[in-house]
Design a protein around this ligand. Structure first.
Ligand SMILES: [Zn+2]
Length: 351
């Protein structure tokens, strides 16, 4: 399995010289830092926005530090439709996104403009994602590995934010947590409830008003989807008892893979609105009142079939190689994938 992951890593890392846009937007130095390497062209591709038009096309300041030294790092690509399919967990809309800006002060990358909050929430409520169901066994393998990082359950009360079909809530319950979830997708909520799980169809802010308090809050690959992560982390803080732990995983723009791939990094997507690195994520956690405990990476387990389809969608020129591998590898083979570009940061509400 390790060899397979290495092969895929090599495949993902192979330079793609096909697109003119790629050559223009990818800095030529051997290890460019995508947080501070401005693109050569500032021309933003026109995108057909369906839905309410954003107020301004240029951000007035950095979302995180308020800095004014901003530059357009990745011009918009693809066509924005605000279709809920773009917000699926398993979306194949890699490298389709609005303009992504970077702050030279703190290193944060963020999309701007973005859809308004009401439109976004509606898109998430409407999400239907059958591909996710096909990967159920591998999601359980992923979550059974990650739940061990949370320490002894000791009947602690846990809230999984963005619980989707409830698989992590199920795993947490299985090992002894008193686990609940938050999920907006009506489709996913239905699946979670069919497993007999407690999953609330609420936002974090709505949950704070319930008066419920938790010992552990988990956010697996969720924070990058928020239009206002500061507000959501503040809600997570309010939901935790003093001494409670928050676990956040998200894509890492300072990782070697992100820096090597630059504009070809597949996680530049419509549904990812704020792109953190270790420093900016920790800065926001600390600003919100958390004490950061560690910094690590997150391992996903996926089927060979899913991985190769993702690779082909992310790097179309490599599709023939992916197809060849697909013919020799069992599609259901479980492949642990950790390219170092997904970070896991535990933090504590210490007061
Ligand atoms: Zn900044």
């Amino acid at each position: 399995m390790g060899d397979c992951a290495s092969a895929v890593f090599a495949m993902l890392s192979r330079p793609d010289r096909a697109g003119k846009e790629e050559r223009e937007s990818f800095p030529p130095s051997p290890l460019p830092d995508i947080r501070c390497a401005a693109v050569k062209t500032a021309t933003t591709t026109a995108r057909a926005l369906v839905g309410p038009a954003p107020a301004a096309a240029v951000p007035s300041q950095c979302y995180l530090c308020g800095g004014l030294d901003l530059s357009l790092r990745f011009p918009a690509r693809g066509v924005a439709t605000l279709d809920h399919a773009a917000y699926r967990c398993t979306s194949f809309g890699h490298r389709t996104h609005g303009p992504i800006w970077g702050c030279r002060g703190c290193g944060l990358l963020f999309q701007w403009p973005i859809p308004d909050r009401t439109t976004l929430l509606q898109a998430y409520c409407d999400v239907v994602d059958p591909v996710y169901l096909a990967e159920k066994e591998n999601r359980y393998l992923t979550f059974r590995r990650v739940v061990r990082l949370l320490g002894a359950p000791a009947h602690r009360r846990l809230l999984d934010v963005g619980a989707y079909c409830g698989y992590f809530v199920d795993v947490a319950r299985e090992v002894g947590f008193r686990a609940e979830g938050l999920e907006l997708s009506r489709w996913a909520l239905d699946h979670a409830r069919r497993l007999g799980l407690t999953v609330h169809g609420e936002t974090l802010e709505q949950r704070t008003r319930s008066g419920a308090r938790y010992d552990v809050v988990t956010m697996w690959d969720v924070v990058e989807h928020f239009d206002d992560p500061r507000r959501e982390l503040a809600s997570a803080f309010a939901l935790l008892r003093p001494g409670g732990k928050l676990y956040v995983s998200t894509i890492d723009t300072s990782s070697l893979v992100a820096r090597l791939l630059g504009s070809r990094w597949p996680w530049l997507m419509d549904m990812h609105l704020v792109y953190f690195d270790r420093a900016t994520l920790c800065a926001l956690l600390e600003e919100t009142g958390f004490r950061v405990l560690r910094r690590g990476t997150y391992t996903h387990t996926v089927s060979a079939d899913y991985l190769l389809r993702k690779a082909a969608a992310s790097f179309p020129r490599l599709a023939p190689i992916a197809a060849a591998l697909h013919r020799v590898l069992p599609g259901r083979l479980a492949v642990p994938v950790n390219l170092g570009d997904n970070m896991l940061v535990p933090a504590e509400r210490s007061r």
